[in-house]
Design a protein around this ligand. Structure first.
Ligand code: PLP
Length: 425
């Protein structure tokens, strides 16, 4: 019987109520994965038995193939389970927890997050998402009318909007450049940004991983060029953090924001703000904090009462991430992307908006000549039960496809078959 779109989406949502696992689930997963610990990351990418174990840690799979993991990630069950336990712990003694325990937990989570980011805890604050992290910077930096900020037409809309707001409010000039979809080399990208810098340029926004195509920009090289011209660099690491392995200080951005609910797989509403130590003083906290010195990162932490169980669960998400292994995760995600893109590239009328090789990881974007992105995405969902998202912007036309650690190669075969049928029709 053919399931209608409405009925299968309903089933999928209803079926999403996964059973709560006992706290021992992670220990047992840890034991099962121990057998694979000696496998180097590159080899682990194709070790299907390992990934079958990892897949078991994610919620039961809906009645469609989810290739839209770029919006956010489901929490693996051990994290979700811990999250619920944290909520219950706090609820059982709310004021007591907030007054007597929260600060300790916050410090401990921050320490673990800093270790993952490769930076001192004194340079990071926990936020709710990248929007909040980078908004703190974009709205907290002193700007004069006529100052310029450079960004690109593939940066995330919310960041562009925050800059436009500063344009209205402070007279900032936003300089929006175009970034090639298939750059020849890093130098082409460095030169593209360099050409936009003038004597009035104060800030440069850089997406470490462009969300609509998955392209990874050579942030360090562009930042070196910008710094040599006295320009500060804001890095949008919403997608790169915990998807690809890097040390935050190694990128050398002055300011960086990331969303932990994407690839670190925390509950929704967890983000990271990194500010280079000597830059902390240059940013005003949005909500006001004068009780700590101006060069103390804690000035960004007075954010009011929060659902603290989300913050607590960051530690559980880090444990799961480390169990899978950052390098193994990156290798697997890149393997899955290349598995389907290498098959799709040769199909007549099909084009990829994502560069090959190490310039992308999990995310890729595909188009079919003569078909609007919205039509491709709707047909994939209605006819093939494959969920993606249409991207219909001036520079990028296609559907974004984002597998996750739980994606199987059989699911990607189904995608390639669907694309090839649609391109033939
Ligand atoms: C590149 C990029 N930056 C920022 C964001 C905003 O993330 P959040 O909604 O978690 O703040 C996104 C969200 O998809 C993104 O892709």
């Amino acid at each position: 019987m053919r399931t209608t779109r409405r009925s299968f989406v309903k089933t999928a949502v209803a079926g999403a109520a996964a059973p709560v696992l006992g706290p021992r689930f992670l220990d047992s997963l840890e034991r099962r994965l121990e057998a694979y610990q000696a496998i180097p990351p590159a080899a682990a990418a194709t070790e299907e038995a390992f990934w079958r174990e990892v897949r078991k840690a994610f919620p039961p799979h809906p009645d469609y193939i989810n290739l839209e993991n770029g919006y956010s990630s489901p929490q693996p069950m051990p994290t979700w389970d811990a999250f619920q336990r944290h909520e219950s712990t706090v609820n059982n003694g709310l004021s007591f927890y907030m007054r007597r325990r929260r600060a300790q937990d916050y410090a401990s989570v921050k320490k673990q997050l800093a270790a993952l980011a490769g930076c001192p805890p004194e340079e990071i604050a926990i936020t709710r998402n990248t929007t909040e992290s980078l908004g703190t910077i974009i709205h907290g930096i002193d700007l004069e009318p006529g100052d310029e900020a450079v960004m690109c037409d593939q940066d995330y809309g919310t960041m562009l909007e925050q800059f436009r707001q500063q344009s209205r409010r402070r007279g900032l000039r936003c300089v929006e450049i175009q970034v090639p979809l298939h750059p020849r080399d890093d130098q082409e990208l460095v030169d593209t940004y360099a050409r936009a810098i003038t004597g009035r340029t104060k800030l440069l926004l850089l997406s470490h991983m462009i969300n609509i195509t998955g392209q990874i920009l050579p942030v360090r090289k562009i930042a070196d060029m910008a710094h040599a011209r006295g320009v500060s660099v804001i890095v949008d690491a919403a997608h790169s953090f915990a998807q690809v392995v890097f040390d935050v200080p190694g990128l050398d951005g002055d300011y960086l924001g990331a969303s932990l609910h994407k690839w670190l797989c925390t509950p929704l509403g967890a983000g990271l703000l990194h500010v280079k130590r000597d830059r902390i003083r240059t940013v005003w906290p949005l909500l006001g904090e004068t009780s700590v010195p101006a060069d103390d990162i804690r000035k960004f932490e007075r954010l009011g009462t929060q659902p603290v169980w989300t913050m607590m669960a960051i530690a559980d998400a880090i444990r799961f991430h480390n169990l899978v292994g950052g390098a193994r995760k990156e290798a697997r995600l890149r393997y899955l992307q290349q598995y389907w893109t290498s098959r799709a590239r040769g199909i007549p009328r099909v084009y990829l908006n994502t560069p090959e090789g190490d310039r992308a990881c999990a995310i890729a974007n595909v188009g079919i000549e003569g078909l609007r992105p919205g039509v491709i995405a709707e047909t994939l969902l209605d006819k093939y039960r494959i969920f993606t998202v249409a991207i219909d912007t001036a520079p990028v036309k296609g559907v974004r496809v984002t597998p996750h650690l739980y994606t199987t190669t059989a699911e990607l075969d189904a995608l390639v078959k669907a694309i090839s049928e649609m391109a033939r029709a």
